[in-house]
Ligand binder design. Structure first.
Ligand code: 13P
Length: 259
């Protein structure tokens, strides 16, 4: 049975109290239609994580927005895998476009974080995507292949089953971003799936590939009907519990035929 993945990255917007009230409302508003095939996740700020985990009581997966690759050491300002493990987190977002472009994270940083996350038994949600310039030069496929091959270097076939990938074109993300046309996103996601099949033959089918970048209630359905899109990773349109719940309901109705 095909699973679908619908989640949001809360970025740097909500305090602890705001996160908890958002999660409580989201739980209430989705209670009637949550189902085992739906993997629903929310990725709050670090400071809100312990309260977020307590607030959802296992009904929504809670993830962290970043993680250091070292278990402990002289890494001021960083959060280690052990610390996240200790508060019951099992999903780690790695290499989001804002980490790469505003904080200078490289594919080799992404790789160290992916390997550390896998070593600790987390699910790494690895974000990749081409820039506007890559798209203009026609090197989207090359860029995605490169990010996958470098970011996932050294991952074994067995470990690969733990991965989630998010395709998030840099030009599509955030205020001023333009959502990718569904067919364009599907082609890029197909490249990602082919590369995963090359890297992890036999395990690639188990790795979900999500789309993110200006998803909203108008385009969510046309994106989700694309064959290579297994889920949506949403920002702004999901930060009100009511609007996120409405998108989830819409997608579940749409996917009813897939089950
Ligand atoms: P927007 O949906 O606000 O463009 O953000 C997407 C995103 O960055 C998800 O990680």
């Amino acid at each position: 049975m095909k699973r679908i993945y619908l989640g949001t990255n809360l970025k740097m917007y909500k305090t602890n109290r705001e996160t908890v009230s958002y999660l409580k409302e989201l739980r209430e508003k989705t209670a009637a239609f949550r189902r085992p095939e739906l993997e629903m996740f929310v990725i709050p700020s670090f400071t809100a994580l312990p309260e977020a985990v307590a607030a959802v009581e296992g009904e929504i997966k809670i993830g962290a927005q970043n993680m250091c690759w070292e278990d402990a050491g002289e890494y001021t300002g960083e959060i280690s895998p052990r610390m996240l493990k200790a508060i019951g987190i099992d999903l780690i977002e790695i290499g989001h476009s804002e980490r790469r472009h505003k904080f200078g994270e490289t594919d080799s940083d992404v790789n160290r974080k992916v390997l550390a996350a896998l070593r600790h038994g987390f699910t790494p949600l690895v974000c990749i995507g081409e820039t506007e310039a890559d798209k203009a030069y026609g090197v989207t496929a090359e860029r995605l292949r490169e990010q996958l091959k470098l970011g996932l270097y050294g991952v074994t076939g067995e470990q690969a089953r733990q991965l989630w990938i998010a395709y998030e074109p840099v030009w599509a993300i955030g205020v001023g971003g333009k959502p990718a046309a569904p067919e364009y996103a599907n082609r890029a996601q197909q490249v990602i799936k082919e590369t995963l099949a090359e890297l992890f033959p036999g395990c690639d089918q188990e790795i979900p590939v999500l789309y993110g970048g200006s998803v909203n209630s108008q385009n969510a359905a046309s994106l989700m009907t694309q064959p290579a899109i297994d889920g949506l990773f949403i920002g702004r349109a999901a930060w009100e519990a009511e609007s996120f719940a409405a998108i989830i309901k819409q997608i579940l109705e749409l996917c009813e035929s897939r089950w």
